[in-house]
Design a protein around this ligand. Sequence first.
Ligand SMILES: Nc1ncnc2c1ncn2[C@@H]1O[C@H](COP(=O)(O)OP(=O)(O)O)[C@@H](O)[C@H]1O
Ligand SMILES: [Mg+2]
Length: 246
Amino acid sequence: MFKVIVIASGKGGTGKTSLSAGVATALADLGRRVLVIDGDSGLRNLDIVLGMSDSVVFSFADVARGVVALEKAAAPHPAIERLSMLTAPVGAPALSENGMRLLAAQAQEMGFEYVVIDGPAGLAPELRAFAQIATQGIVISTPDSASIRGAERVARLLEEEHIMRVRLVINRIRPRLIQYGLASNVDDAMDLTGLQLLGIVPEDEDVIACGNSGKSILRIKKTGASLAYRNIARRLEGERLPVMKV
Ligand SMILES: Nc1ncnc2c1ncn2[C@@H]1O[C@H](COP(=O)(O)OP(=O)(O)O)[C@@H](O)[C@H]1O
Ligand SMILES: [Mg+2]
């Protein structure tokens, strides 16, 4: 089945780009053909995290406007099989629902099984355009209250666009926080957002190191955030897995 997953958050810096790169890579490793789109116009950096700064030329806005075919615009990852990426435009694009549908239709025609969209932070207008073509949403938040409140607002926006399934990821969980009652914070986040938990990602300094070097964390370790991204990909594939221990 063809799935379009939009990754969103209330606040910036909650881990959308790291999650997009990690989950897209993990899905490709599971044998899926994946197109990952940098949807954060103006602040694009998914190409850096994926180590693809040299290979991106066309943006998703070029495809949505019909300037170029997706086949030409999607850049295959140099080392990760089955993974291709589409970058974001430098300025803010005017996106029409039809343009986004054109993009999605081409992705499906090319045989992609997943489109993963690294969305903009907050309630940006582009988010609505992405939500219109998304079949699923992921809202990602850090464990602090301000981030959770933002997540709640974005969850409502995605629901307004009638996305069938929106789930929650809590990122940067630290064992010490759990000791001081964070476990209930995850519960609170689920209660406040009304979303089902798709996964938790531990605080892991290799996310930062890998993001800077453009090397996939999935290629350097099997534990920590790497395992968390793999688990999330397997849940997207329909597997039932227990929440990881940190
Ligand atoms: N689980 C994590 N552990 C440690 N650092 C993280 C984790 N997730 C994200 N980061 C770091 O936090 C910063 C923001 O993450 P990023 O994925 O760029 O967020 P966003 O796309 O939401 O702005 C980056 O420096 C990234 O390396
Ligand atoms: Mg980002």
